[in-house]
Design a protein around this ligand. Sequence first.
Ligand SMILES: Cc1ncc(COP(=O)(O)O)c(C=O)c1O
Length: 426
Amino acid sequence: MSYKIETKCVQGGYTPESGQPRQIPIIQSTTFKYATSEAMGKLFDLEASGYFYSRLQNPTCDTVAAKICEMEGGTAAMLTSSGQAASFYAVFNIAGCGDHVVASSALYGGTYNLFAVTMKRMGINFTFVSPDCTEDELNAAFTPETKAVFGETIANPALTVLDIEKFANAAHAHGVPLIIDNTFATPVNCRPFEWGADIVTHSTTKYMDGHGAAVGGCIVDSGKFDWTKYPEKFPGLCTPDESYHGVTYTERFGLAGAYITKATAQLMRDLGSVQSPQDAFLLNLGLESLHVRIKRHCENALAVATYLKNDDRIAWVKYPSLEGDKDFELANKYLPNGSCGVVSFGIKGGREAAEVFMKNLKLAAIETHVADARTCCLHPANATHRQMNDEELAAAGVAPDLVRFSCGIENADDLIADISQALDKI
Ligand SMILES: Cc1ncc(COP(=O)(O)O)c(C=O)c1O
């Protein structure tokens, strides 16, 4: 039976048998006992499924990954220690030294740095394209070494909406998968696989956890990308893995399981960016109410964005679900039930005015975090980007007056009153 997203949030991934715990058990164990070496050997040969060491897999983490997998409509999923680890693994699982990736330029700053600096040092080259590029411009970014395309459904902090179909079509025309970071939209508001994406990543630290309690990430595979059509491009999936007893992942696990099994058997084994069972348990609590919270985040953000648009102390507002926004059409197509809880805006008076505004907020807390039940706010020019002057900020795509306001699930009137009284102090 196929359930709707709300039911998957609450009950997906875990169906206890009679007499079993109603809540998912936290299996706080690094290791698992076997009666014979032979039984354990079968696990190492990937001939039997089961657990042997929590650096690779843990039952609690797998239960929560299975829920997110159901929510996204995928065939396999894994949890990671952070969103950064998810982005890294998702790309590194299919691209290595000498390879190339096309990425949208509208990305979370940490992801941009991971790609443009750290992974470049590993020999993987990235070409960044504007999310608004034409199909010709997008196609021109590919090289014979391109192994993937990467973008964010709703970019943090630019709040642009990716035309997922445009990017998926270009990726598939060049025989590579589209990887989408779906953190800000969550599968409640958008399921990128329904628009042609092949792999989805998440920083579960954001709305999925939603309570500022646990850092984490997730990768989900749609099982739809046919690696075996391009064995020369994806030898790691289509030829024997000598580091894992000569297994060929696509042969043994099919399209449904090859990508995630390889990421678990190779990358988790060697790099070990696991989520802890305790954190997976907390993440699951967050997921159970995700659909209820996301609706409220979006209602509050639309109310705040509408208020800001009509306040003449505000220079500009960016919120994709706000009528007149440059991404409004794309938001209507891909995010018809709401986009996210984050609104960006500029205050007349620039950097100095923004500083006074921030100082006077009472309810909204100054944090680098976003997508939390409690409203939080950041003025990058005076916090994360404070070492940059106005020209450097412009080059980085961050306006000096930009305030990122992450609406929580409080009462919208209280959020607007807080903004209004802080603007009065300027
Ligand atoms: C869209 C997006 N992707 C990935 C990340 C990285 O996630 P984490 O902080 O869990 O490593 C973030 C963090 O803010 C993000 O906003």
